[in-house]
Write a protein that binds this ligand. Sequence first.
Ligand code: 4AZ
Length: 220
Amino acid sequence: IVGGRVTDFADHPYFVDLGSCGGSLIWEDIVLTAAHCPVPSFAYVGPEQQGERVIAHVKHPDRAPVHRYDFMLLKIDNHGQASHGSVRIPLNDQEDTPSDGEVLKVIGTGVTAEGNFGSDGLLRQTYVRYIPISECANSYGSFIEDDHLCAGVEGGGRDSCQGDSGGPIMAGKGAGTVQVGIVSWGIGCARPNYPGVYARVSVAYDWIQRMICCLSESPP
Ligand code: 4AZ
């Protein structure tokens, strides 16, 4: 995260650290992350970063290199018990949200400046604004499609960056928090006129619900 501040894992109890990527807990034993991330052996879940073995993964059927449908689900073996203190994050299913200019929060344990190597492992957060597809195409042209979601700030300075991939970007506050995207790609980090690009969760909502049904040990 560039241009943010350190925050507590306990304030984001749905965050999952996958080592080189982030993720979010969307069901008791299911983690949502980016398909471009390596499949990890372990997921560190919840405020105590409890290590759980990853026992299955599935990528979105429309996944295509480099940037399309960047969705992957991981099944973790939590021995039938929710990881201590962990909480699931609800996913956005509304095609017409976020709205133009809406403030979103992105979190992750990635680097704090473009070009940096490695990070200190602390969780950081920053606030950015939703940028509609039509406007984002001014930056990225035809690379932007309906499975993408752009967010940034005027003049740059705040963004997700390397190592934040797979982690969540959220709308709303407190009990109204919903995940609207997954950190996916962008040109550099926090550059003016190059917002971060996220996988748009609402386009994969139905697929995710179907997969939870067949992957989870405790389906809906
Ligand atoms: C990356 O390399 C990466 N500024 C993640 C997010 C962004 C750029 C690059 C968005 O994982």
